[in-house]
Design a protein around this ligand. Structure first.
Ligand code: ADP
Length: 477
């Protein structure tokens, strides 16, 4: 087996704030059949060491960025986890990045330390003698890992930097250069200097052997100013080393055939889906909905286009559609959604909160899932929609563009459409997509064909795992 060390700030099932954690947690299981043993290095936030159970120390240091530290190696759900225990950096109340709405002031050092240890372990410094052929770093928190390897002149370890969301760039003031153990000579435009500051994401992007992001379309978009957010030039220069690899869906969690939270169904036996729809209407207090029942499960932010939705719901409900939303986020957007609910009792229902089981019931019972994101590196809910035959209505951007075949006269004629895609991402185009949804839903033969095709679309990890496997092989020389 080849060996890969993955370094990230989050990993399911230990700690999650977003899709990054799902991917980092899923990769080891997905890569095993490809012949890769992947270990995951994450910080020991409060309570995590106890979750790991039996673990042994494989590395230690008396002074890791200001305090003693050690790495514990243990197994969790079949994955080898390396926990970086450094109480002065990670054992504190609040969230993993912030407390009371403010970022932890020492975030640059906290994640620099994680990367420093990743580089040490990649050189084979662990007492168990394990040494990877490839180091795989995720987002700005992992950005300094390839950089430390490069700046120390280490050879024999290939490096991959993955961008899950370029909006977070790991900016630190230039005055922290020495504290972050970075060489002043690399504080240049070709190095990790970013408009007079340090960017740990940029450090990873300029030093890693290869760069990936989570969809082919986002890989292209990232080289344009409106999506690259200042890093488009760096990425365009490395276009030859940049590749988009889609995320997959965990079939053990998201399969309508075996989902314990719903009445099970399959593409061949769709009767259960109608029962799930009835139950969902009851659960949300909705009346009879003759048109399509659209759902949203999302963070409520502008990135996700929730403001656009608020403006078009009246037209959709007026045309016979029903709408059920589960999410939390910006207070103004929560209020806009609740106002729509008040205008359309029995047609529009809103749940403010985070609830995994309810999300499953919604994907099972909905007719369509709406994802009008302004940008979407990959996106998961449109893929759950495909698995559950809940037709995705998506903005044609990022991973949404790569996973859904939008209904057009040509794609319908060819029997290929699995959803509805719209562009540009504005309320006029979204309203048009919803009119199309009502129209397609009103044609039972066409609609059931789309459902069956959607459910057969391959959104598993097998294709993505093959692509990562090939990438690692190309580096492990
Ligand atoms: P992002 O990571 O940008 O939020 P993704 O689509 O990649 O978007 O992943 C979001 C994940 O979080 C999905 O698994 C989605 O089902 C889940 N999710 C988002 N909001 C909620 C909620 N309120 N309740 C349950 N699950 C949610």
């Amino acid at each position: 087996m080849g060996k890969v060390l993955s370094v990230a700030s989050e990993c399911v099932p230990l700690v999650k704030t977003g899709g990054l954690a799902d991917v980092v947690g899923a990769l080891p299981g997905a890569l095993a059949p490809e012949g890769w043993e992947m270990r995951v290095l994450v910080p020991a936030y409060p309570g995590l060491a106890a979750r790991l159970g039996k673990a042994k120390g494989i590395w230690q240091d008396d002074n890791l960025f200001g305090g003693p530290a050690q790495v514990l190696c243990g197994r969790l759900d079949g994955v080898t986890i390396l926990l970086l225990v450094a109480p002065h950096l990670y054992d504190r109340p609040g969230g993993i990045y912030s407390a009371e709405g403010r970022d932890h002031a020492d975030n640059p050092e906290r994640f620099a330390a994680l990367c420093w240890v990743a580089a040490e372990l990649a050189r084979g410094a662990g007492s168990d003698g394990w040494r990877p052929e490839v180091l795989h770093a995720h987002d700005w928190q992992g950005g300094l890992a390839p950089a430390y390897l490069r700046y120390s002149g280490t050879t024999g370890v290939g490096t991959v930097m993955t961008i899950h969301n370029v909006a977070f760039q790991g900016i630190a003031p230039a005055s922290r250069l020495a504290a972050l153990r970075l060489p002043p000579g690399a504080f240049t435009r070709d190095g990790f200097e970013y408009y007079g500051s340090i960017s740990t994401l940029k450090a990873g992007l300029v030093t890693a052997d290869r760069i990936t992001t989570v969809s082919p379309t986002y890989a292209e978009e990232l080289m344009r100013p409106d999506f690259g957010l200042g890093l488009e030039g760096v990425l365009a220069e490395r276009a030859g080393d940049l590749q988009g690899i889609l995320n997959g869906v965990d079939a053990a969690v998201w399969s309508p055939e075996t989902d314990a939270a719903i009445v099970p169904y399959s593409a061949r036996r769709l009767a259960g889906k109608a029962e799930n729809r009835q139950r969902l209407l009851r659960e949300f207090g909705l009346g009879v909905i003759e048109g399509p029942l659209a759902i949203v499960v999302s963070r409520l932010t502008e990135q996700k286009g929730i403001d656009l939705l608020a403006g078009v719901l009246d037209g959709f409900a007026g045309a016979g559609g029903g709408f059920a939303l589960l999410g939390t986020g910006e207070p103004g957007l929560e209020a806009a959604m609740l106002a729509a609910e008040a205008r359309w009792p029995g047609r529009v229902a809103i749940r403010i909160g985070y609830d995994e089981a309810l999300a499953h019931r919604m994907f099972a019972g909905g007719d369509a899932v709406l994802v009008p994101s302004r940008f979407e590196p990959c996106g998961l809910t449109q893929m759950y929609g495909l698995r559950y035959g809940t037709i995705p209505v998506v903005a044609a951007t990022g991973g949404l563009n790569d996973t859904v075949i939008g209904a057009s006269p040509a794609s319908l004629l060819a029997g290929a459409a699995t959803g509805i895609a719209f562009h540009p991402v504005d309320s006029v185009a979204l309203a048009g997509a919803l009119r199309r949804l009502v129209q397609l839903h009103g044609d039972p033969r066409l609609w059931s064909g789309m459902i069956r095709r959607a459910m057969k679309a391959d959104v598993s990890w097998s294709g993505p795992a093959r692509a990562y496997g090939a990438l690692y092989r190309s580096l492990a020389t």
